[in-house]
Design a protein around this ligand. Structure first.
Ligand code: AMP
Length: 219
């Protein structure tokens, strides 16, 4: 069976989660979001969640070893046989190197890395207006969806909330951390011939189209 593995790179709010769905559906692969996994651990109050929460609320990165550990386990689950899409991982050179070693060790298909490019000003606008459903994880924007904290989710009726790290100070910190820690992954993957860059402005379907063209598969 051919395995298709992808990594979505791009700053927080670039649309990785949204665009992930298109690839997951197209290739029948598993969406692995380290942010979602960590938030779930925090919500459930597990040991992992307890260790991760303080970093997350401040917009800082959770220590590499913790995140590498959860990804290492997750990609070996049986549902990842056809492939996986990593969203929000790797975020540091150490994580990228650990992933390359894991791909080799487990004889996995080399991931295609899609870098979604969006400038900082646009990220601030997108994230400060972002609201989410606590139940189904659907994403909304106060400007376009008429949904705000205290409302019920229009999809499942769950509670709408604002992620603590979508407050302006935390967004600024996440962008700073992104440029410092994650920017170096772009030359890392470009040098290995794994990188496809896609401008992230425009509608969801425009970005999706560019992404699918970039990885040379038709819609
Ligand atoms: P995200 O939903 O991808 O924006 O992730 C939310 C938060 O989870 C980040 O700000 C980090 O605190 C933590 N996190 C998620 N993925 C990683 C990762 N690969 N490395 C370190 N921390 C992470």
């Amino acid at each position: 069976m051919t395995q298709h593995n992808f990594i979505l790179l791009g700053p927080p709010g670039a649309g990785k989660g949204t665009q992930a769905e298109a690839l997951v559906e197209k290739f029948g692969i598993v969406h692995i979001s380290t942010g979602d996994m960590l938030r779930e651990a925090v919500a459930k109050g597990t040991e992992l969640g307890r260790q991760a929460q303080q970093y997350m609320d401040a917009g800082k990165l959770v220590p590499d070893d913790l995140v590498i550990g959860i990804v290492r386990e997750r990609v070996q689950e049986p549902d990842c046989k056809r492939g996986f899409l990593l969203d929000g991982f790797p975020r540091t050179l150490k994580q990228a190197e650990a992933l390359s070693a894991l791909v080799e060790e487990l004889h996995l298909a080399k991931p295609c890395v899609i870098n979604i490019i969006v400038d900082d000003e646009e990220i601030m606008r997108r994230l400060s207006g972002r609201r989410m459903c606590r139940q189904c994880n659907a994403i909304f924007h106060v400007a376009s969806d008429n949904v705000d904290v205290g409302d019920k989710c229009p999809i499942c009726g769950g509670e709408i909330y604002q992620r603590p790290d979508d407050r302006k100070e935390a967004i600024a910190e996440r962008l700073r951390v992104y440029h410092e820690q994650t920017d170096p992954l772009i030359p890392y993957y470009a040098d290995r011939g794994q990188l496809v860059s896609v401008p992230g402005e425009g509608s969801i379907s425009e970005v999706r189209q560019r992404m699918l063209q970039g990885i040379k598969c038709s819609d």
